[in-house]
Design a protein around this ligand. Structure first.
Ligand code: UDP
Length: 259
């Protein structure tokens, strides 16, 4: 399968695939089953990505190279409706991996490499994954040291670890924009079939961070839970976005009315 097979919708300059969650699973499993010809990678835009996208050309390039761009965040889905180009649904980045693993088949066990998160978290996530999904095998984990992306020896080491494991799926959990930039930079060297740029998912899998309770997710308040769980790091980011994102929506809306 060669993407993009699904229609895309342009919001705030980003081309986002109009896919439902089960369609995203099928696409990724299709790529993961095919012979390795080139790496395909998946990015999951949210409000933070949208703001970075506006000001960072390298991030825009990384996005342009993605085979699948799925809307992780109801503000993007709501904006798509406001601008008359509706996306079918939100596909939460942290739901993508459990959903993919649920869909893994016994006759075709999925091999996965977990790159990112603090030391020990990947191993813990691997134990949780093996206990819950017998059709998934974690074939490698690695927690890169701080600043690794600027260290060529360290980058080579990571690529060698991945090449030795040859996973179907490489989970890149380094936070945005680092994970998208790193994956795009090494797309020709990464010996995996699909890379998923998934932020803190390895932490979620390990149980190191708790997701919001279901009622909060349903009330679209997952971001409040995250901001409260890491107020120092995320509180400021969310406070900025609370101002900047509505301003971007307003600007986009005004310019769409003018054209
Ligand atoms: N991380 C990492 N190496 C880095 C920077 C971040 O492994 O150099 C990990 C960090 O431990 C965490 C994830 O990347 O597991 C960031 O998750 P977060 O939810 O913050 O992602 P974001 O929301 O920033 O995309």
């Amino acid at each position: 399968m060669h993407g993009p097979e699904y229609e895309t919708v342009e919001i705030f300059g980003m081309r986002i695939h109009a896919v439902r969650e089960h369609e995203a699973h099928a696409l990724v499993h299709g790529w993961a089953s095919a012979p390795h010809d080139k790496l395909r990678y998946v990015v999951t835009p949210n409000v933070q990505h949208t703001m970075v996208f506006q000001e960072n050309p390298a991030f825009r390039e990384a996005y342009a190279g993605a085979s699948l761009v799925i809307a992780d965040g109801w503000p993007l889905v709501a904006s798509s409706r406001l601008f008359g180009t509706p996306l079918p649904e939100r596909v939460a980045g942290s739901d993508l991996l459990p959903g993919l693993f649920d869909a893994a088949r016994a006759d075709q066990p999925r091999t996965v490499f977990l790159l990112g998160a603090a030391p020990g978290v990947g191993e813990k996530a691997a134990r949780e994954i093996h206990a819950r999904w017998p059709n998934v095998r974690v074939v490698g984990t690695y927690s890169p040291p701080l600043g690794f992306e600027r260290d060529e020896a360290e980058n080579a080491r990571i690529l060698a670890l991945v090449a030795a494991a040859q996973p179907d799926i490489l989970v890149v959990g380094l936070g945005a924009p680092k994970q998208e930039l790193w994956t795009h930079r090494f797309r020709h060297e990464i010996r995996a079939k699909v890379a998923l740029c998934l932020g803190g998912t390895i932490d979620f899998m390990a149980g190191a961070t708790r997701r919001a309770p279901v009622w909060m997710r349903k009330a679209k308040l997952e971001w409040v839970h995250r901001a409260l769980s890491e107020p120092r790091r995320l509180g400021r980011r969310y406070a900025e976005h609370a101002v900047l994102f509505p301003a971007l929506v307003a600007r986009t809306w005004l310019s769409s009315r003018r054209s």
